[in-house]
Ligand binder design. Sequence first.
Ligand code: HEC
Length: 118
Amino acid sequence: MKKTSKTFFLIAISMIVLHACTTTSKVAKKNTDSVQAPSAADLQRGKQQYSDLTSDALQQGYDTFTTKCGKCHRLKVPKNFTVDKWNTIFPKMAVKAKLSDQEKQNTLRYIMTMQSQK
Ligand code: HEC
């Protein structure tokens, strides 16, 4: 009887530890867990894709994204979707979120910039 509950206890503990480890390593490897404000490095990388990109435009994209894209579902992390997926889903979502043309451009640029993070 005693031996059985000790074994059960050990199995439970190792399952908890194992789960914690896999969860942590997933977070450590990729930025797939959170939506981030654009950094100076992001701006530099974004400019390789959009030569006229400014830090204001990138910031506006981030602001629009965080205020208008989390109303119906949680904010979707740019890195969690491929470029192809964004290209097909974004126009639909821009309509749902009622974005202006300017907001649309800045938000898509923000998404693609963050999506291309290494
Ligand atoms: C009016 C509600 C609404 C708003 C606002 C909205 N979405 Fe969505 N979104 C949905 C619904 C519903 C789905 C799932 C159905 C679909 O794929 O069309 C979805 C799906 C998605 C998906 C695909 C998720 C997956 O796992 O396939 C992404 C990415 C996404 N939205 C991003 C955005 C972005 C970016 C914005 C802001 C521009 C936004 N959404 C604004 C309702 C909304």
